[in-house]
Design a protein around this ligand. Sequence first.
Ligand SMILES: *Cc1c(COP(=O)(O)O)cnc(C)c1O
Length: 354
Amino acid sequence: MDIKITKTAHPKEKPDQKALGFGKYMSDHMFLMDYTEGIGWHDARIVPYAPIPMDPGAVALHYAQETFEGLKAYRTAEGKIQLFRPEMNARRMINSNRRLCMPPFPEDMFIEAVKAIVTVDADWVPSAPGASLYIRPFMFTTECQLSLHNSKEFLFCIICSPSGAYYEEGINPVKILVEDEYVRAVKGGTGFAKCGGNYAGAMIGQEKAEAMGYSQVLWLDGQERKYVEEVGGMNIMFKINGEIWTAPCEGTVLPGVTRDSMITILKEWGYNVREERLSIDDLMAYCEKGQVEEIFGTGTAAVISPVGVLNYRGNVQTINNNEIGELSLKLYTYLTDLQWGRIPDTHGWIVPVC
Ligand SMILES: *Cc1c(COP(=O)(O)O)cnc(C)c1O
């Protein structure tokens, strides 16, 4: 792929590495590439970060034909920069795009584009403990078209945001509200696709939870509102009587890269991992009997997010004394050690950039 690079004449001042937060600051450059039906992907370029001119009639603005990804670049103690399983993000985006009738962005080009933008903005990859460069590839329809037909023009972009350690004051468990009114995904829908529309439809549950003093929503299946599926932007796992339960990826759950990595590691550590449907009634009954040892969300941003409190229809259960569990901490330590290059990569998950 031939990438034309135009560097900014006005590099921005770097934000304080101790107060990065998440997704607040953007790096100096962005990657763009156009798709035109009949031509394919063309004009790969890295340009100064700037607004993207849009036709007000662009399909993405009206019919939400948009997909995205999320991964990180990590700076090792030696100052090198590396990625974690970027091919998984590339493949997932192809699957998301297929569901939204958007052309695939080929895997090798995806990885090349990510490496290129991270290399150009290498000085934006933070070195503070736990901080990283969050990478956000996304794609949408640019064509002006209000009638309901598929488009002929798309734009693939990558923007990057230096982000702080997710846990600046230690890993504090979160309070989760089980949502029994709204649903996020149904069989045959777009639940497995990483697309903006899923988040738009889920926002109301998040608002409701926050208003009640909870930080996230646990979604139930869309058909019966009976089985636990996932949390906002994270998958969720339950350690019950020594076994690990997590919802199967059968169309309604987002197949997380962190989820997949945790399952692999847990199996290597000898755990029985049950990718099976678990009903909320069974889960609450296990909680009441004191058999739920740990609950944790898994995702790129937080890696592991322990759940300390679970509320289902006013039945409030405290998990593991509202403390991070032993296994959650062990998984968190193992994965972050791998990502920051503190332990050898025995899985072939690390991709060096520069
Ligand atoms: C991105 C995302 C996840 C987590 O996926 P990772 O690849 O582990 O970051 C889980 N659920 C939803 C809805 C997501 O959008």
